[in-house]
Design a binder for this molecule. Structure first.
Ligand SMILES: [Zn+2]
Length: 125
């Protein structure tokens, strides 16, 4: 079912009804009205399906965006071999960010080393 062609059919039925409304038999008129009614019912059904599809896509899209909110964020610099981001005092794993775009906050191991809890890299010297 294609909603555009359904609507086009409805429009052409309406214009045919307008053209012939003066010298048309009642039976033919009723047939055309029945066709028009069917077309409009189809259009309504298709609109309902489209509305459902749009709602589903919207929520999928929101979930995708929420799962990677940092995707467009760029590090502002590095400190102790980790990335730093604006308005955030955390230190993040460069490997995770560069390979997967994922912000993994590193943990302090001791005064010289930090480690990433995700990829298990130890960072430091
Ligand atoms: Zn990592």
């Amino acid at each position: 079912m294609d909603i555009i062609s359904t609507i086009n059919n409805s429009i052409s039925i309406v214009s045919r009804l307008r053209e012939i409304s003066k010298n048309i038999s009642e039976a033919e008129f009723k047939n055309l009205l029945a066709d028009l009614s069917n077309e409009l019912a189809d259009a309504k059904l298709q609109m309902a399906e489209l509305k459902e599809d749009v709602a589903k896509l919207k929520s999928e899209n929101m979930a995708l965006k929420a799962s990677r909110p940092e995707a467009k964020e760029k590090p502002i610099g590095t400190q102790w071999g980790c990335y730093k981001f604006a308005n955030d005092d955390g230190l993040y794993c460069t490997g995770c960010y560069d390979s997967k775009g994922m912000k993994s906050r590193t943990n302090r191991v001791n005064s010289r080393f930090r480690s990433c809890p995700v990829c298990k890299t130890s960072i430091g010297s």
